[in-house]
Each structure stands twice: as structure tokens, then as C-alpha cells.
Design a binder for this molecule. Structure first.
Ligand code: SAM
Length: 212
């Protein structure tokens, strides 16, 4: 979907997504000490705001100005500050090695574009920091529920691991399919998500590796 399509989707006053942070992001981040976070494709801001409420200094990027307006209003209502940036992830170059946490949550692009965005996201992770990629898994189309119906923009945990290949300082610590129960008119269904968590080696680990 292009920027105009996202703006149309966000045009209603109601939130398209919930105001609650994504459950897998909450699980992965709760134990981390707050630092600088980068939320790429932040939408209406639910994850960025949740992070800011926990003491993170958050930069949140999206190309939808309407989505970002809603995010700003939600942040104001919740009493937190986030640095909102309107930019297209296809060209956006985040500051390198600057963020303790970088998240991409339900950002679906064709494979070559996803790879470029994931690699720039990885470059933005500081030593000792974490990269978290969450999205609708490729198998969700046939076996899960909801999400984009275009197979060319869905991905698997292995796709994201492959996207990160060759970035030596980055260690993939989790690459899984995870079930997300969704309440529907026909009862509870499982959406299938792909989740990849990677960590950039700390300065100490890097030094040990080059000494060995
Ligand atoms: C499914 S929403 C997810 C929003 C948010 N991450 C969340 O979990 O609530 C996808 C978001 O990605 C944004 N997006 C998609 N392609 C983008 C691009 N090329 N550059 C910037 N933002 C993009 C859309 O505007 C939309 O807000």
C-alpha cells in the first residue's frame, strides 16, 4: 500500500489498530533497560507510546501524516513525548549504531525492499542493542487469520534471518512463528506471525572476537 492508501485507511477518527502495544513487543522488551528506541512504520503510535511510557526515548517514523497526527494526539493524551518523523522507509537512513532498540512491526514490503529496510534497521542498532522484526507470517495466508492477502509482501522468520546475513556483529537469538489469538465473529482464531529478534554484540564481545 502506498502513502495515500494508508492515509485513507487512517482517515477515520477511530484507531485502525488498538491503542495497546503489540503483545510480542511487550514480551520481548519488558526486561530491557530503557534507552533510545526507533520504531520504523509506527502507524498510530501504539508501540512507540508504550515504549515512551516505560522511559524509552523514542524516535518513530512513518510516511502517513494522518497516522502520525493520530499518534501525536494519542501521545499527548497519554502524557508522553515521542520524536515523530514523517519519512518513507524506502529511503530513510536512520542514524547508525545509535539505538538500543529498533522495531519493525507489521511492515510489509516486497522482498527486495524489505531486505533494504531490515538491513538499515540493523545498522541503526547500537552495540549491545536489540532488533525486533514482527509481521504476518507467510503461512498466515492459508493457515491463519487476517493480515495482508498478497503473498509477495508476507515473510517468514527465515526470510528476515536471510535479510540479515553477513552482518557479523548481529546475532539472531530468536526466529520463530508465533500464534496470536484473535477474537472474530466466529470465535477465536489464530493469526500466525513471524518474529525475529537479533542482538548486536556489545563492545566487549566485539573486542573478544577480534582478539581470538
Ligand atoms: C500495519 S501498520 C503497522 C503500524 C504499527 N507498526 C503498529 O504495529 O501498530 C503499517 C504502517 O507502516 C507504514 N508504512 C508502510 N510502508 C511504509 C513506508 N514505505 N515508509 C514509511 N511508512 C510505511 C504505514 O503508513 C502504516 O502506518
Amino acid at each position: 500500500m502506498d502513502r495515500e492508501a494508508w492515509n485513507q485507511r487512517y482517515a477515520d477518527a477511530e484507531l485502525v489498530w488498538s491503542a495497546e502495544a503489540n503483545r510480542f513487543l511487550v514480551e520481548a522488551v519488558t526486561a530491557l533497560p530503557p534507552g533510545r528506541a526507533l520504531d520504523l512504520g509506527a502507524g498510530e503510535g501504539r508501540n512507540a507510546i508504550w515504549l515512551a511510557e516505560r522511559g524509552w526515548h523514542v524516535t518513530a517514523v512513518d510516511f502517513s501524516d494522518i497516522g502520525l497526527q493520530k499518534a501525536r494526539r494519542l501521545a499527548e493524551a497519554r502524557g508522553v513525548e515521542v520524536d515523530w518523523i514523517e519519512a518513507n522507509l524506502r529511503g530513510y537512513q536512520p542514524e547508525r549504531a545509535a539505538f538500543d532498540l529498533v522495531v519493525l512491526v507489521y511492515i510489509h514490503l516486497p522482498g527486495d525492499e524489505r531486505r533494504a529496510v531490515v538491513r538499515r534497521a540493523a545498522d541503526a542498532v547500537a552495540a549491545g542493542g536489540t532488533l525486533l522484526v514482527i509481521g504476518h507470517d507467510r503461512t498466515n495466508l492459508q493457515e491463519g487469520y487476517g493480515g495482508p492477502q498478497d503473498p509477495t509482501i508476507l515473510f517468514s522468520p527465515d526470510d528476515v534471518t536471510d535479510d540479515l546475513a553477513g552482518i557479523d556483529e548481529l546475532r539472531v537469538v530468536r526466529a520463530d512463528r508465533v500464534m496470536r489469538p484473535v477474537m472474530t465473529a466466529d470465535g477465536e482464531r489464530n493469526a500466525i506471525d513471524a518474529l525475529v529478534r537479533a542482538e548486536r554484540r556489545s563492545a566487549d564481545e566485539g573486542a573478544q572476537r577480534s582478539a581470538s
